[in-house]
Unconditional design. Structure first.
Length: 548
């Protein structure tokens, strides 16, 4: 791939710096709306399956103009095209990055025949599992996915999100943590004869997954199970290691599928089992529609690119260190955790592609909880804390919540959906508008009985600075298709920010050091391995306390 200038050496970066000093830092959202009655329409964007309101962000037309220039100077489009064409853009691992090929129609992307064939085998198996839940002497009731990171978070998030579309007789469980409490709690609720285990690991070497799989196998055999091959399958690139474990049915994929981008591959087997082959195809179709938008829409209207650029604007010019995600749909409760890996493992880097230390910040911290729960936890800080944290609201217009056919219950649930949406809207409104001290005083609140506090002091506590930025994404309904589009939107947004920053968004060397040290300390805890070499004082002291 062609070299592009470092983002901080471009003319657009300098222009953005000047623009920030002159207009950006002090941009007041209330004034901006007062000045421009068309601000909402000006910053409204459409992409497949979703609408995005950027108008409550601290930007104006000039900001977008300079950000678009930045994308062009940094070669975001050329880097995107290189990724889609299968160039080895994951430089440090010498790999292509082709999760988009997993959702492309036949014949339109690299490795098409192989992708289609692998997917058909996986989907046929998913349908067979669903059929085994419906009949027979010993029907299947439970599917336990054993994996971690990308082999857990994506499928787990999607299965939760698509619960209303899931097979009613099959319970999906996810085990990831090496902490035995995780698998023990699942094994306590299932029986060997009615359980299918999926060992999901790209490498089939990950410590946590191997330990949990071994425990599951021991439990299965101890509980009277004998046919490991019938109750354990694998999703992996390492067929030989799976075979050594005793697994004969393996669903493969290639090394050009990154772990955190792998839910579209065989790693998506739990999703396919939950929602069926047709549902899984819908998920892929939604993602592909977003891929097409990303590949073909001019930067000015290209939503994933604009969101990635907004991340750069906030991180590098405003200096915001984190972004909060607030999905107002309980099914998206695992979305923040999924996005943490997607964004922070991808863009949490401190050197550029050539290994030179960066002079600018990269990934923000990404965190959040579903609305309205977050409102009763940390929204206090978002509204009145000393830092500004941009918030991303995800609103889903229609609800699929059901609890039987009773009309009174249906109306109660419909009202709850209206309450949910009103809450989401109110939070973004409150963040932007705030409440001035004059307004707080004018409300003349009564001091609590017995509190020795003046009206002015109380008003200071009840003042909200406002002007706190937020983005609102709106989906009509959370379906396999719209979920696919939403996830692909985030994938390409992360790509865009990484492309501007000039980093390798597809490796993850940062998890290696801890893994190696963990193995060495395990040997010391078990006093089995070569306990060579001195330890630092803290680790030695803690080890002595923890040794059995
Ligand atoms: O945390 C590091 C990591 O390599 C992730 O990138 C990956 O998703 C996870 O471990 C699991 O890896 P595997 O699928 O090989 O078990």
């Amino acid at each position: 791939m062609k070299d592009f200038p470092r983002c901080d050496a471009t003319a657009a970066w300098a222009a953005l710096g000047g623009h920030f000093e002159a207009h950006g830092r002090d941009l007041d959202l209330r004034e901006a709306f007062a000045r421009d009655p068309a601000r909402f329409e000006r910053f409204a964007f459409e992409a497949p399956e979703l609408f995005c309101d950027l108008s409550k962000n601290r930007l104006d037309a000039a900001t977008l103009h300079f950000l678009v220039d930045l994308a062009r100077e940094c070669g975001v489009e050329a880097q995107r095209d290189a990724m889609l064409a299968g160039e080895a853009i994951n430089l440090t691992e010498g790999r292509a990055v082709l999760h988009t090929a997993l959702r492309a129609p036949p014949g339109t992307a690299p490795f098409s025949d192989e992708v289609q064939a692998t997917r058909e085998t996986m989907l046929a198996f998913a349908e067979a599992v669903r059929a085994r839940a419906e009949g027979g002497a010993r029907p299947l009731r439970h599917v336990v996915n054993i994996g971690i990171g990308g082999s857990d978070l994506g499928p787990q998030m999607a299965v939760a999100a698509l619960a209303p579309f899931a097979h009613p007789q099959l319970a999906l469980h996810f085990v990831s943590n090496v902490d035995g409490h995780d698998i023990a709690s699942v094994l306590g609720r299932v029986a060997p004869a009615e359980t299918l285990f999926i060992v999901a690991s790209k490498t089939f070497t990950t410590q946590e997954t191997m330990a949990n799989a071994a425990t599951a196998k021991a439990w299965f055999l101890a509980g009277g199970g004998s046919d490991v091959a019938a109750h354990f399958v694998a999703a992996t690139t390492n067929v030989e290691a799976a075979a050594r474990f005793g697994i004969t049915r393996t669903f493969g994929f290639r090394d050009w599928v990154g772990g955190r981008y792998s839910l579209w591959s065989s790693i998506g087997l739990p999703i396919a089992i939950a929602v069926g082959a047709a549902g899984f195809r819908e998920l892929l179709a939604g993602a592909h529609a977003m891929d097409e938008h990303f590949a073909r829409t001019p930067v000015e209207k290209n939503l994933p690119i604009l969101l990635g650029l907004l991340d750069v604007w906030y991180r590098n010019f405003h200096g915001y260190t984190s972004r909060s995600v607030a999905p107002y749909h309980h099914g998206l409760k695992r979305l923040p955790a999924y996005l943490q890996q997607l964004e922070m493992e991808s863009n949490g880097k401190r050197v550029d592609r050539e290994g030179r230390e960066l002079a600018y910040a990269t990934s923000p911290v990404v965190w959040g909880e579903p609305g309205t729960n977050g409102q009763h936890a940390y929204f206090q800080m978002l509204h009145q804390g000393s830092e500004t944290i941009p918030v991303e609201f995800i609103l889903v217009k229609e609800s699929d919540a059901q609890a039987g056919g009773d009309s009174a219950v249906r109306e109660a649930l419909a009202r709850q959906q209206r309450m949910l949406l009103a809450n989401g809207l109110a939070q973004s409104q409150a963040l932007m508008l705030g409440r001035s001290t004059a307004e707080a005083l004018a409300e003349q609140p009564q001091a609590p009985a017995g509190a020795a506090i003046s009206a002015a002091t109380l008003a200071a506590h009840r003042t909200f600075p406002g002007n706190r930025p937020s983005t609102t994404l709106v989906l009509e309904r959370l379906t396999p298709r719209s979920l696919g589009a939403l996830i692909a939107l985030y994938e390409h947004r992360v790509f865009t920010a990484g492309a501007v920053w000039g980093i390798d968004s597809f490796d993850q060397w940062g998890v290696e050091l801890g893994k190696g040290l963990g193995n060495a300390l395990l040997a010391r805890l078990e006093e089995s391995g070569a306990a060579a070499g001195p330890l630092d004082g803290s680790t030695a002291g803690l080890l002595a306390r923890l040794r059995p």
